[in-house]
Design a protein around this ligand. Structure first.
Ligand code: AKG
Ligand code: FE2
Length: 325
């Protein structure tokens, strides 16, 4: 495939790495876009998973307007990350916020996909670089279509029907503070398919969140740990990656349904990094396997998921729930 191509609506597309990503050249996001351009961008995004627009000097209103071309903008459920002046915007920074230590200063520091602790994981996340350290503070992305394709046919077949449990804050080694415990109570555990059929491209992608996937439904803890360990390493092999070195004014939109990402926290607090994030609400995916407060659901598991082809949560799922109580 050529490195640079021109879209039918006139913008240029320059590929960012062999694995994923495209820079869009020739669009000024301070202006509203027409429907044909939005449709073309959506196609380019689905083909490349990450879109990069450089040199975009716009404010919250323009970021929200652009985000809404791709779906409803979420007022982010992790409330402590919300921008203090605008619930549709997340503020990610290591600088103090209104005179207090920023709660988002360590956000996204491990490989993950956004909002997989809910049954509507984010479709897209969009990040606008306002202030960038002189060096460091990159963001890495890993293509999970490729991660799935590069498994052996037998392992693909084995994991295709499986579900895994995603649990908010489960990967943290430090004790949870009161606010986190409160958030955990309103976000019960969710079982997601380990291989997610992308709702738009219909391509299968590995869907294991290295930060918060705790176990595979129906396997013993030992079996589960072994397989998840392997998949955590496999899912971020070098040839699946793009690493973005930010410049002020860069605006990136990524697809959480087929990518992992992480913020590289290799800079000190003497250097300010400040990003504005918007999040697009996702399609229903997976099933809640506990109710808020940790209670078990009555009767059948809650409605599902990516397609009719996905099996319902069975007795094995219920056993995992019980084992954990
Ligand atoms: O700050 C970054 O580079 C990414 C943070 C993150 O995980 C996110 O915005 O979802
Ligand atoms: Fe994230």
């Amino acid at each position: 495939m050529a490195i640079t191509t021109t879209s039918p609506t006139g913008y240029e597309v320059r590929r960012l790495s062999a694995a994923l990503g495209a820079e869009i050249i020739g669009i000024d996001l301070r202006q509203p876009l027409d429907a044909a351009t939005v449709a073309a961008l959506r196609r380019t995004w689905l083909e490349n998973q990450v879109l990069l627009f450089r040199g975009q000097e716009f404010g919250a209103a323009e970021q929200i307007r652009f985000s809404e071309y791709f779906g409803p903008v979420d007022d982010y459920p992790l409330v402590h990350f919300r921008h203090p002046d605008n619930a549709k915007l997340m503020l990610l920074t290591n600088a103090p916020v209104k005179g207090t230590t920023s709660t988002s200063r360590n956000a996204g520091a491990r490989w993950h996909t956004d909002l997989s602790f809910t049954a509507r994981p984010a479709t897209a996340s969009l990040l606008h670089a306002q202030r960038i350290p002189e060096i460091g503070g990159d963001t890495m992305f890993a293509n999970q279509y490729l991660a799935f394709d590069k498994l052996s046919p037998l392992l693909r077949e084995i994991i295709e029907p499986l579900y895994a449990v995603h649990e908010l804050f489960s990967g943290r080694s430090e004790p949870l503070d009161a606010r986190m415990l409160e958030m955990k109570a309103v976000h019960p555990r969710v079982a997601h398919p380990m291989v997610r059929i992308h709702p738009e491209t219909r391509r299968p992608a590995l869907y294991v969140n290295p930060s918060i996937t705790t176990e595979i439904v129906g396997l013993t803890r030992e079996e589960s740990a072994g397989l998840l360990d392997f998949l955590r390493g496999h899912s971020v092999r070098e040839e699946f990656l793009y690493r973005h070195v930010w410049r002020k004014g860069d605006f990136i939109m990524w697809d959480n349904r087929c990518l992992l990402h992480m913020a590289v926290q290799d800079y000190g607090n003497d250097q300010v990094r400040l990003m504005h994030r918007t999040t697009i609400t996702g399609e229903p995916c997976g099933r809640v396997i506990e109710q808020p407060g940790g209670a078990k659901p009555q009767g059948a598991a809650q409605p599902a998921s990516q397609s009719a082809a996905q099996p319902a949560l069975d007795d094995a799922a219920q056993r995992v729930v019980n084992d954990n109580s």
